[in-house]
Design a protein around this ligand. Sequence first.
Ligand code: 3EB
Length: 346
Amino acid sequence: MPETPASPRRKPLLVSASNGARTWRLLADRDLERLAAGERARILGVLRYADGRNPAAPTPWPICDVPLSPLTRDPACIVLLGRAPTEALRIGDLTCRNDGETLFGVLADPTATAPDIGAATYQVYRTLLRVSAELGFPHLSRVWHYLPDINAAPNGLEVYQAFSIGRREALDAWGRIPDAALPAACAIGTRQPGLRVAFLTTRSPGSTLSNIRQDEAYRYPPEYGPRSPAFSRALMIPNTAGPCLHVSGTASIRGHRSRHAGRLEQQVEETLRNLDALLQPLGLSLQDAGSGTLLTVYLRHETDLAAAEALLSGALRPDVQWLFLQGEICRRSLLVEIEGIIDLLA
Ligand code: 3EB
């Protein structure tokens, strides 16, 4: 009998010992000081998660100080790294940093509250779109949105829906971004006032990914709000150090419907299936994700941490890094949302 040929390996992309292409680090903020000089020079900016009683010290980089409690380390910083040493670019009173191809910045409206989130979002998005174009990095790749009381409905309209309207109207007024090129995103609720938006934009366009298990969010039917949410399921940033995939907040949604209302374990499993389906067109599965992968996991209830962590540990390679945060998901029935950065050659 002829020997069966070894099964083809279809995954080398995510597996390599090299750290050369890494676009992120996950650190406690005291460890920012200890980053090696070479990496320190490549910092584009920081997303810092802390309970809000403990504000960030000033840094030479844009920092998005998010009042969400990390559940496994505190405070936690996601440090975004460029492919080369970065430099500051100033426009008005906003300072962004760039590496020649990618730009990072943070826009906040610190006093925005639930009733005025639509107007605040519109203004912040107008600024984001104008600034990134004026600085020469017009392609939105990834936007992080943190908004107060996301599940409240102070004017008879949910805060998340008002946010979606403000974002959509600013994009419509700008008129230059087709739906198929919308950025990867997340939108998470905090318990403090203030709209906080962090963004990555690029000189040349990235490419968006769809998810075969999920409708495009920008085509959700009106039952989820008068204007549909303007984001893509994922976006691949071309980076000379290696491609980097930004995965949007992904939840227990099939098509456009929420699944497994109130059931944590089933929601985590559905979410992992969605993430797996997202990677499928790349010839990859979640099992292939290795040390180039950072997942941020938002849990509505801190008490779900142990169960969620056990499920993730069972489904992912041990060298995947993750960060658990307590935050509110945009649909009330959802208990968990997972987003990620996957450095494909790291
Ligand atoms: C979803 O799939 C879950 O409005 O920017 C995930 C990621 C979600 C981004 C956004 C919303 C957003 O619809 C919610």
